[in-house]
Design a protein around this ligand. Structure first.
Ligand code: SF4
Length: 220
């Protein structure tokens, strides 16, 4: 099993960008470009509400951790879980300083409504894989909470999602190490993309965006 050094960790949340569009992920995480739109600002506010710093709470048999930092040495990622719930259960794991055993459930908060794609599921699965490695446990299910429907959806964290997470992260590490930004592949995702103005689809088929912007600055 490959073990990554901490300095090589990628941002866990990047997997949703990568699954949406590999080029978008590279623009954000390699070229460090970002542009807010209504969706990203609303999403940011929802996450801020969910975890303003690390926070732990007990409600009866339920323990709730908000803003929990997580990482995986084998996947080479780190990030923050919006919410991790610990449900009292005989088949769970022992937690340091707590009586009884608990089953672990990651809960990811999203601003919109359930999507047709598995983007959100991959992010949740990556969180679960981090928690499994950190807490030496198995996590079969997690939840996606959607702000628009104010409802949470249970997700079975199948092997097929885990395998997609591993494949995506493997590629992300390769791209990151090579400083590689994939070329534009116009798709219906472009319409909803927060970076569509920076991506410059027609001009960037054969060059990097940072190169284009640098040229523009020099011209000025
Ligand atoms: S505009 Fe389209 S190709 Fe460019 S980053 Fe966004 S989704 Fe990807």
């Amino acid at each position: 099993m490959k073990i990554y050094n901490e300095e090589d960790y990628l941002n866990l949340a990047g997997i949703q960008h990568f699954a949406f569009c590999q080029r978008q992920w590279a623009l954000i995480h390699i070229e460090k470009l970002w542009k807010d739109n209504l969706r990203t600002v609303e999403g940011e506010l929802l996450h801020k509400k969910t975890h303003d710093g690390y926070y732990f709470e007990k409600r009866g048999d339920l323990l709730i951790s908000r803003g929990m930092p997580v990482f995986s040495k084998s996947l080479g990622i780190n990030g923050i879980c919006d919410v991790v719930e610990f449900h009292l259960s005989k088949t769970g794991i022992q937690l340091f300083g707590r009586d009884g055993k608990y089953k672990v459930y990651p809960v990811e908060y999203k601003r919109g409504k359930p999507k047709d794609s598995i983007i959100d599921i991959l992010q949740l699965t990556a969180q679960a894989m981090c928690l499994e490695e950190m807490l030496c446990c198995d996590i079969a299910e997690g939840y996606l909470y959607y702000g628009e429907t104010r409802h949470r959806v249970k997700v079975c964290l199948d092997e097929s999602y885990r395998s997609e997470v591993r494949d995506a992260l493997d590629l992300m590490h390769q791209y990151y190490n090579r400083d590689y930004t994939p070329k534009v592949k116009p798709s219906k995702s472009c319409k909803a993309c927060s970076l569509k103005d920076l991506c410059i689809p027609n001009l960037s088929r054969c060059r990097s965006v940072s190169g284009y912007i640098q040229d523009m600055i020099e011209e000025d």
